[in-house]
Design a protein around this ligand. Structure first.
Ligand SMILES: [Zn+2]
Length: 271
C-alpha cells in the first residue's frame, strides 16, 4: 500500500515536471515533447504542402497575407522581448502563403510558424482586418504549442504506464515518441485531414489571437464581426474550428467581448 502511494506520488511529480505554462493565458499544459523534435517534421510537411498545392504569388491578396503575417510576427517577437524571453521564438521559421483553392474555407499555422491561407476563406475575411483576425488566431495555436500538447496527451493516454516507466528510467531527453504519433498530433498540414483542436484550445487561440492582432495595431473589435460572417457562411468545406458549433458561436462571441478591454489596451499601446 505504502509502495503504491509513493509510486503514484512519483507519477504525479513527474507529470508536474513535464508541464509548462502557456504564454499570456498562464494555463499549465502537459509537454512530453520539445519543439526541437516537432519543428523539423513540421517544416518537411509544409514543403510537401507547397509542392502539392498551387501557391499564389505577386497578387495583392498574396502580398496582404505576407504583410499581415509579418506584422503579427513582429508584434509577438516584441512581446516576448519585453517579457524577458527573447529566445522563445528563436527556432521559428516564419512563412506565409496563399493557396489557390476556392472551395476550401480554411487557414492554419503549423508548429514553428508555417502559415497557409486558402483562397476560399478570403471572401469571409473580406479585408486586411479580417485576415488579421484569422492570422492572429492561427498563430496563437502555434505559440501556445497546442500541437505539442495534443501529441503529449494522446501519447500519455495511449502509452499509459509505459510512458511512466520511460519517464522513470529515461534520461534528460524525454520519451522517444514514434514519428507517426508526432505527425498525427502536429498535423495541421494535411489540408482537410485536420484534427479538430479541442474547444479549450479554440477558446485559448481566440483570446491570444485577439491580443496578437491588437499588439500588431489591428483593431480587435473586428474579431466578433469576422466570426459573425463565418457563422453566416454555411457553404464550403470549413473545418470544425471555423464552424458555428465549435466552440458554440454565442460562447465565442461573448468570450471575445469579455477579452476586449485587455485587447484594447494592447491596441492603444501599439498606436
Ligand atoms: Zn483554431
Amino acid at each position: 500500500m505504502r509502495k503504491a502511494l509513493s509510486f503514484s506520488f512519483i507519477v504525479v511529480a513527474l507529470i508536474l515536471i513535464q508541464c509548462k505554462s502557456v504564454p499570456l493565458s498562464g494555463r499549465s499544459q502537459l509537454s512530453l515533447i520539445g519543439n526541437d523534435k516537432i519543428f523539423p517534421m513540421s517544416f518537411d510537411q509544409y514543403e510537401q504542402v507547397k509542392k502539392e498545392s498551387k501557391i499564389i504569388n505577386g497578387t495583392d491578396e498574396a502580398r496582404m497575407i505576407k504583410r499581415v503575417g509579418t506584422r503579427i510576427q513582429r508584434a509577438v517577437e516584441q512581446y516576448f522581448r519585453e517579457e524577458g524571453k527573447p529566445n522563445y521564438l528563436s527556432d521559428y521559421k516564419w512563412e506565409y502563403n496563399l493557396v489557390d483553392n476556392d472551395s476550401t474555407v480554411n487557414a492554419w499555422c503549423m508548429p514553428g510558424g508555417k502559415v497557409a491561407f486558402y483562397t476560399g476563406i478570403m471572401p469571409i475575411c473580406k479585408d486586411e482586418l479580417g485576415v488579421a483576425v484569422v492570422m492572429g488566431h492561427e498563430i496563437a495555436h502555434a505559440i501556445a504549442n497546442h500541437g505539442a500538447e495534443r501529441i503529449s496527451t494522446q501519447y500519455a493516454a495511449q502509452a499509459g504506464l509505459a510512458t511512466v516507466s520511460i519517464l522513470l528510467t529515461g534520461g534528460g531527453s524525454g520519451p522517444s515518441i514514434p514519428a507517426e504519433v508526432i505527425m498525427q498530433g502536429a498535423g495541421a498540414a494535411t489540408s482537410l485531414g485536420i484534427l479538430a483542436f479541442s474547444r479549450k484550445h479554440e477558446s485559448e487561440s481566440d483570446k491570444l489571437g485577439l491580443y496578437f492582432m491588437a499588439m500588431a495595431g489591428y483593431n480587435p473589435q473586428e474579431a466578433p464581426k469576422f466570426w459573425e460572417r463565418m457563422a453566416a457562411n454555411s457553404g464550403g468545406e470549413a473545418p470544425p474550428e471555423f464552424t458555428s458549433t465549435h466552440p458554440s458561436h454565442d460562447t465565442r462571441i461573448s468570450d471575445l467581448k469579455a477579452n476586449m478591454p485587455k485587447a484594447m489596451e494592447y491596441y492603444r499601446k501599439s498606436q
